[in-house]
Design a protein around this ligand. Structure first.
Ligand SMILES: C[S@@+](CC[C@H](N)C(=O)[O-])C[C@H]1O[C@@H](n2cnc3c(N)ncnc32)[C@H](O)[C@@H]1O
Length: 249
């Protein structure tokens, strides 16, 4: 359970959406110090955790082990960001190709934002074409990964920033192109508002989803994005399928 002490405040805030209730309750009953840590990290989670501990009692020893495994499995991506960003980066490359962007909008000499940049696989592919790329990412370990990689590769036009899609630390009308890859929908109305703020008039915003999201008919973001004026299709490059949504601002 030590890995749960690595969670960042915004991840703790999102626990009620991500963690299975009964399993989280079992783990917290058995680890009171973990509950104190989570509340210290993100005080607003306190009432949710109290309710959970009232609704679900402690687990028997054999059930506790299964609950721990299930909880860690559900949060595996968050733990991988902290423990093994290199492995996450290598595995994530499988279903990405920059042509999903450049067949709709040129990045040549543009100011580009990659929001929810992760290990920077979109940002690093954009950098050789762009004037500047701002890679916005809330997880500190992933920001460090990108900074180290940029130094190692001598990429000097990629700037790594701490922020969220609903709170981008850049002035208004800054970007020619804003991209997200598997990184939208935590606070959709605020995110769309923030995109309207930072992308200049005439600029482009594009949201990408790799497999299996590319072909899923039930992406809950599909209708809201179309309603907000986005176009969509599935871009295919070899075996790679990418669902893309784009909008001229
Ligand atoms: C599924 S990963 C995608 C990473 C990268 N875009 C890629 O395609 O490899 C989602 C990323 O969004 C970040 N993230 C989480 N909450 C976010 C938010 N509210 N705004 C922006 N990024 C967020 C996560 O830390 C993670 O790096």
């Amino acid at each position: 359970m030590h890995d749960l002490y690595l969670l960042e405040a915004h991840q703790v805030a999102d626990l009620s959406n991500r963690a299975p209730d009964a399993e989280l309750a079992a783990v917290l009953h058995a680890n009171p110090s973990l509950r104190r840590f989570l509340v210290a990290r993100c005080p607003s989670i306190g009432s949710f955790l109290s309710r959970l501990l009232t609704d679900y009692g402690p687990a028997a020893a054999d059930e506790l082990h299964a609950a721990e495994e299930s909880l860690v499995w559900e949060l595996a991506d968050w733990i991988a960001y902290q423990r093994a960003p290199e492995a996450y980066d290598a595995q994530a490359k499988v279903d990405w190709d920059i042509s999903a962007v450049t067949t709709v909008v040129s990045l040549q000499d543009k100011i580009v934002i990659d929001c929810g940049a992760g290990t920077g696989r979109v940002a690093f592919d954009a950098a050789p074409m762009a004037h500047h790329v701002f890679a916005v990412e809330p997880v500190a370990k992933l920001r460090q990964f990108m900074r180290d990689k940029a130094t190692r590769l001598g990429v000097d036009n990629l700037h790594v920033l701490d922020g969220f899609l609903h709170s981008i630390p850049l002035p208004a009308d800054q970007a020619d192109v804003l991209l997200t890859c598997q990184a939208i929908g935590w606070h959709l109305p605020e995110e769309l508002q923030e995109i309207d703020r930072v992308v200049r008039r005439g600029g482009m915003t594009m949201h990408l989803f790799g497999a299996p999201g590319a072909t899923e008919p039930d992406n809950p973001l599909h209708q809201p994005l179309l309603t907000h004026g986005y176009q969509t299709d599935v871009h295919q490059e070899g075996d790679v399928h990418i669902r893309r949504y784009w909008k001229r601002m």
